[in-house]
Design a protein around this ligand. Structure first.
Ligand code: HEC
Ligand code: HEC
Ligand code: HEC
Length: 654
């Protein structure tokens, strides 16, 4: 071939390729403009709008681990029962030999355990199966099962004048199932606060205490209170509802024999204080709430001035009411509280001192008499009936630590698995739950994102220290492939979101090391979207189906066309219900620097209240009743009350 024809050929080829590329680009831009209805968008990556659920990391199979959840000890102290929600098993282990003696397969993520007085029946909540199972301990098999509310977690057995009862905290349906034992039946299902998560019943069987994990603030600008619900277990009737003031994340409750108390570890949260105050310890601290049977509550600190014991979740009290043990999942510690000393302090203090107690971290020295180091993430505790042996579920080590309470030294371990060291998801979860990455170990990622979800609060992350530029927390469940992140959509990747940015804004310490950050990202990507009450693959009801039609409507009820850029499904495009693009929908607040916000995905949206970037909308309805502006957030003005309700009911199924 002559040189000149080679050049001509190459030139021609390059031009053709360039032309194709240019044509492709022009097609893409036109395509995006057509389907988004927006002229301001130029070239946009195809996977902003064309995604499939099958390729989501959370849709893939993942390793499962024998992570211990609820514990229960037999009345003779010889056996300990362990719920393993991730592998759908309940184990029986021998206390002396520390060996697993029997295994029972129970579908639906067995989580909470309660034993009857004689040790004949073990009651198990199945968190994903929405049921409570009665297990015969002699045969070690399921004998009865009953449907309760959605996502039951904690359960307590008690004897009342009217017969034996079970009280169950249903964390997703926000209610309490009160069950009779013989016959095995639901007696009542009263409402609790948001995410009821722990239960305990007074020795006399007259009062049950149910602590709800999340707060429901009056508005996003007010202090968040969570609920302590007192009820009569015999009849299943509510006695009182009391607030844990400016506190939340109560994940354990215990009553105290010989004293009219319930004890609830919780997180004192000051979300309205600018996050720059981390260095002063003003953002979060751990407390122990003492409530009497009239619902008078005093919150006492568990931390020390220079050292924090983040994410207190488990509690156990001995049978003589002398000592309480509190497990801090974030700091791998169990704190030992001397209840006589606590009672002395409470007897001497006046009302004002009690109200301020939680702010004075030096106080804990008065009653916290020891700290027991544990394996990773101690999340559940149980005591032997004689109080001599403490069992600590080391959730992220797949082990149960056995501690001799006389010496407070480990007496051994019930090993359930290898801890999952070779699984990056598990390693990432360890990073997520560990407070060691924050200044004075004040909090972990989990402190704001319990189970990778939201705490329902708005925080002031602005560096200016003024404290009114609030950002609503976002769920990390289903976060995979929804980049960019943050409400302003300015973070391109999870590594940046959780690495340098987190270090600068929140931790006030060194950033998380690169290898751990990588694991953390794998963990976040593995979190499936939150589940709501509707079970997967359940057909839509006629009402929800009408709501679906409204969501995908291209014309109003009167037949007027809805512009493409105002149709819900243009911005909230299936399957994730986001096009991952910023949009202006008229929600700019007085202190926002922009009106463009990241289009949030809507998977599990029913569970992520409040809504919008600052959390101003308390409910889904409010998005279109109180906060709609000129049909900018989808055209909704044509909808009547019933249609709006149908739309909302459909959103709740996503
Ligand atoms: C802003 C969102 C958006 C982006 C970005 C986008 N698409 Fe689409 N695309 C759509 C919508 C909406 C449809 C309509 C049919 C559907 O729902 O699949 C569509 C349809 C298509 C179709 C079917 C033919 C048609 O035009 O109806 C093809 C092929 C396609 N897209 C390819 C691409 C490619 C290649 C890219 C990247 C250059 C891209 N899309 C980027 C939203 C988008
Ligand atoms: C003090 C409470 C708090 C803590 C602690 C916290 N977060 Fe967040 N997180 C938030 C809030 C509030 C937002 C919304 C902020 C925004 O959009 O600008 C958020 C947003 C996020 C997002 C973006 C989600 C999205 O869809 O855009 C990710 C990812 C995230 N957090 C991960 C983490 C990880 C990982 C940690 C621990 C290293 C952590 N968070 C610790 C409160 C917290
Ligand atoms: C022009 C794009 C666009 C359209 C059209 C649109 N949305 Fe949105 N949507 C957004 C953006 C952006 C936000 C976040 C705004 C903010 O935080 O201030 C949002 C927020 C939401 C939220 C709150 C999510 C949360 O976690 O806070 C819901 C629910 C929602 N939209 C549903 C709908 C429905 C239903 C329609 C149709 C009636 C609709 N949207 C139409 C862009 C859009």
């Amino acid at each position: 071939m002559r040189m000149s024809s080679f050049v001509v050929l190459m030139l021609g080829g390059a031009l053709a390729l360039g032309g194709l590329a240019w044509g492709g680009h022009a097609w893409s831009v036109a395509h995006v403009r057509r389907w988004s209805g927006r002229q301001d968008l130029g070239y946009v990556n195809c996977n902003h709008c064309h995604l499939s659920i099958e390729t989501m990391p959370w849709a893939k199979r993942r390793p499962h681990h024998p992570a211990p959840a609820g514990l229960a000890v037999s009345p003779d102290g010889k056996k300990v029962y362990i719920a393993l929600d991730d592998v759908n098993e309940v184990l029986e282990a021998d206390v002396i030999s520390r060996q697993v003696s029997r295994k029972l397969k129970l579908l639906g993520a067995p989580f909470g355990l309660a034993m009857d007085c004689k040790g004949e029946r073990l009651y198990v909540t199945c968190r994903d199966g929405d049921r409570v199972v009665a297990v015969d301990t002699k045969e070690f098999k399921e004998v009865e099962s009953i449907e309760v509310g959605a996502a039951p977690v904690a359960i307590a057995f008690c004897t009342t004048k009217a017969g034996d009862r079970l009280v169950v905290a249903n964390s997703i349906s926000d209610n309490i199932s009160v069950l009779t034992v013989a016959p095995f039946k639901e007696l009542a299902r009263p409402l609790a606060g948001r995410e009821p998560y722990s239960v305990a019943v007074a020795q006399d069987g007259l009062v049950a205490f149910v602590a709800s994990r999340l707060a429901v603030p009056e508005t996003y600008l007010t202090v968040p209170d969570s609920e302590l619900t007192l009820l009569d277990p015999a009849r299943g009737r509510i006695l009182l509802r009391k607030p844990f003031e400016s506190a939340h994340l109560a994940e354990g409750t215990a009553t105290v024999p010989g004293r009219p108390w319930s004890l609830t570890p919780l997180v004192k949260v000051r979300n309205l204080v600018p996050i720059t105050q981390v260095a002063n310890g003003w953002v979060m601290s751990s407390g122990l709430a003492v409530s009497d049977h009239q619902g008078n509550i005093v919150q006492m600190p568990l931390d020390e001035a220079q050292d924090y014991f983040a994410d207190p979740s488990a509690i156990a009290v001995d049978a003589v009411g002398q000592r309480a043990y509190v497990g801090s999942g974030g700091s791998d510690t169990v704190s030992v509280v001397d209840l006589d000393r606590l009672a002395d302090w409470l007897a001497k203090a006046d009302a004002d001192t009690k109200r301020e107690a939680i702010e004075d971290l030096s106080l804990s020295a008065e009653y916290v008499v020891a700290r027991i180091p544990t394996g990773r993430n101690p999340r559940h505790l149980a005591l032997s009936p004689d109080g001599r042996t403490l069992f600590i579920a080391e959730r992220l080590d797949d082990a149960v630590l056995v501690v001799d309470t006389a010496t407070l030294k480990p007496a051994g371990r019930i090993v359930l698995g290898d801890g999952g060291r070779s699984d990056p998801i598990r390693r990432g979860e360890r990073v997520f739950t560990r407070a060691a990455h924050t200044f004075q170990r004040q909090f972990s990622c989990r402190s704001c994102h319990p189970d990778g979800h939201v705490d329902g609060l708005s925080y002031d992350f602005d560096g200016d220290g003024i404290g009114d530029n609030l950002l609503d927390n976002r769920s990390l469940q289903g976060v995979a492939n929804t980049a960019p992140f943050k409400w302003n959509g300015k973070n391109p990747s999870l590594e940046i979101q959780c690495g340098p940015r987190f270090a600068r804004v929140l931790m006030r310490t060194e950033p998380i090391p690169a290898a751990e950050l990588k694991d953390l990202t794998v963990f976040l990507n593995s979190l499936p979207p939150p589940r709501w009450e509707r079970k997967r693959h359940q057909p839509l009801t006629p009402l929800q189906e009408r709501g679906r039609k409204l969501f995908f409507a291209t014309v109003t009820s009167e037949g007027k066309p809805i512009p493409r850029e105002r149709q819900c499904h243009t911005c909230h495009r299936p399957p994730l219900f986001t096009n991952r693009l910023p949009s202006a929908i008229g929600t700019r607040g007085p202190r926002d620097t922009t009106d463009m916000f990241d289009t949030p995905h809507l998977l599990g949206v029913a569970q992520t209240a409040p809504y919008l970037h600052d959390g101003r909308a308390k409910s889904l309805e409010e998005l279109w009743t109180t906060y709609q502006t000129n049909d900018l957030h989808g055209v909704s003005s044509y909808m009547n009350k019933h249609q709006l309700n149908e739309l909302v009911e459909y959103l709740k199924t996503l």
